[in-house]
Write a protein that binds this ligand. Structure first.
Ligand SMILES: [Zn+2]
Ligand SMILES: [Zn+2]
Length: 149
């Protein structure tokens, strides 16, 4: 590999990951977890419930990446879990949205400046959706970006 090729590869990698930095519940409690890093970024820590079992899940903050860590319980692939804010126990299930791939419920995290991130609650489904609302527009425009992996 010559110098030129190497440089191009480095640029590609650095501009690619889009990660969720400051997710919160609807009351503004931060879900950011500095203690557990996934792919070098602070993970998103939430309470998780599967049937009668509960534990924690550290969600991969990189959009479209799914190296999640489940702690304290076992969830088989294909099962749907529920997520809660660790601070106020708010159910983080999106009220009026379902996964476009498998029709399961989705979780919803709030972002600064009114954006939201949603993701499928079925383990192994890997569907993510990002909506960023630009508050500076007179009529709020909705940007929607979808990723299927
Ligand atoms: Zn909360
Ligand atoms: Zn799904």
């Amino acid at each position: 590999m010559d110098e030129k090729t190497k440089v191009q590869i480095e640029i590609d990698v650095s501009k690619h990951p889009l990660h969720v930095d400051h997710p919160s519940c609807s009351k503004g409690h931060s879900l950011r977890c500095e203690n557990v890093k996934i792919n070098d970024y602070a993970s998103i820590k939430v309470k998780a419930k599967y049937k009668e079992n509960s534990g924690f899940i550290y969600i991969d903050p990189i959009y479209g990446s799914f190296d999640n860590i489940i702690e304290g319980m076992y969830v088989p692939d294909g099962e749907v879990i529920e997520l809660f804010c660790p601070e106020c126990n708010e159910n983080l299930t999106a009220v009026d949205d379902t996964c476009q791939v498998c029709l399961s419920p989705m979780f919803l995290f709030h972002l600064p400046s009114q954006g939201i991130v949603e993701g499928c609650l079925k383990k192994g489904c890997m569907f993510h959706k990002l909506k960023i609302v630009d508050a500076e527009e007179q009529v709020a425009r909705l940007f929607e970006e979808r990723m299927l992996l």
